[in-house]
Design a protein around this ligand. Structure first.
Ligand SMILES: NC(=O)c1ccc[n+]([C@@H]2O[C@H](COP(=O)([O-])OP(=O)(O)OC[C@H]3O[C@@H](n4cnc5c(N)ncnc54)[C@H](O)[C@@H]3O)[C@@H](O)[C@H]2O)c1
Ligand SMILES: C[C@@H](O)[C@H](N)C(=O)O
Length: 343
């Protein structure tokens, strides 16, 4: 099977690898669509993300969906022909975190495209059947692949307990910020503000339904939020840029008693926070790491037409053109590139 392998930073090689056989509890999936995520681009450019270092050739891609072509002997809930979205992180199922239900915090998780685990820029993936979610007729495999960033958005909104009538401020209008926008709207938020430093990103966010956008290179965010909320502040702030000034600004724009959800990964681990302000305003600050139990919700939201994910796709490329697709994905105005396979 054709497989795109990152052999060095900025260098893919197209290899012919043996097609895997599904284990007893697995499905073999012919991959149809794979999104290019910011973390894929980071591994492509730098060969590492923090402590995760690409030491051996690695297959990137963790936003994937395709068609089941074979099932393992114990699999009863999938059959060849099913179209499925693949949840990329498979936990050990035995540790304290898994047993508590926090399987996304499992320290032995096997997460696609995170060294040393291969991802989905390949023709076939064999994957645990219970981490493959059947897509109804009305949901495309491209949408199935984008259940992954949508899941990040759903989990962030759950962490922030976003609810009916809330004002939600999302900092960063990249794919994650835009998926938080979708999830927040679906959760009942009525006023959604997005910030960014790139005009085109903000124009796009506005087209996708943001009630207010703020270019933080031109406009003071505190003033804009205070004006919009009559001086109260946002009920929930979801930080989705990873930019230090943006992380710092979250506690200034959240309302007293509100919630800050940190999703974006800062390049420096330490970002100073005014803890007195946090205490005085009784602000809840939550980290949000990947997701758990979101795929069923993501598929249902797509089937019901409650969210749009396909609209963030800028371009689709073939596996053979993966180098070019990654280079395009590095342009600041590009939101989402996809690799489509028709094996
Ligand atoms: N916690 C998790 O589980 C998780 C999952 C996926 C992604 N992430 C992280 O979330 C962040 C967003 O992911 P993405 O794929 O959308 O990234 P991205 O880089 O595509 O988007 C980030 C956006 O933030 C904007 N930005 C930069 N500086 C800003 C500032 N000062 N104020 C407001 N906006 C600013 C950028 O212009 C860009 O549009 C990244 O840090 C990523 O690593 C975290
Ligand atoms: C969650 C996923 O989208 C993220 N890029 C990660 O590797 O954790």
């Amino acid at each position: 099977m054709r497989t795109a392998v990152l052999v060095e930073p900025t260098e893919f090689e197209l290899e012919d690898r043996p097609r895997p056989s599904p284990g007893p509890d697995e499905v073999l999936v012919a991959v149809r669509d794979v999104g290019i995520c910011g973390s894929d681009v980071h591994y492509y450019e730098h060969g590492r993300i923090g402590d995760y270092v690409v030491e051996d050739p690695l297959v990137l891609g963790h936003e994937s969906a395709g068609e089941v072509v074979e099932v393992g002997e114990n699999v009863t809930d999938h059959e060849p022909g099913d179209r499925v979205a693949l949840e990329p992180g498979v936990p050990c199922r035995r540790c304290a975190h898994c047993k508590r239900g926090d399987y996304h915090l499992c320290e032995s998780v096997r997460f696609m495209a995170t060294p040393p685990h291969d991802g989905a820029f390949t023709e076939y993936v064999s994957w645990p059947a219970d981490f493959a979610y059947t897509l109804p007729e009305s949901v495309s495999t491209a949408e199935g692949a984008l259940c992954e960033p949508l899941s990040v958005g759903i989990h962030a909104c759950r962490r922030g307990s976003v609810g009916t009538g809330d004002t939600v401020l999302i900092t960063g209008a990249g794919p994650i910020g835009l998926m938080v926008l979708e999830a927040a709207r679906a959760a009942g938020a009525t006023d959604i503000i997005l910030t960014d430093v790139v005009k085109e990103k903000l124009e796009f966010a506005e087209k996708r339904g943001a009630d207010l956008t703020v270019d933080v290179t031109e406009t003071d965010l505190d003033t804009a939020v205070a004006e919009y909320t009559d001086g109260v502040g946002a009920d929930v702030v979801v930080e989705a840029s990873g930019a230090e000034p943006s992380i710092k600004s979250t506690i200034d724009v959240v309302r007293r008693g509100g919630t800050v959800v940190l999703v974006g990964l800062a390049s420096e681990a330490e970002v100073p926070f005014d803890v007195l302000e946090l205490i005085d305003n009784e602000v809840d600050v939550h980290g949000s790491f990947r997701y758990k139990n979101t795929y069923d919700a993501a598929v249902d939201l797509l089937a019901d037409g409650e969210v749009d994910v396909e609209g963030i796709i800028d371009f689709e490329s073939e596996l053979e053109d993966i180098d070019d697709a990654f280079r395009r994905s590095m342009e600041p105005t590009v939101v989402k590139g996809m690799i489509s396979l028709d094996s």
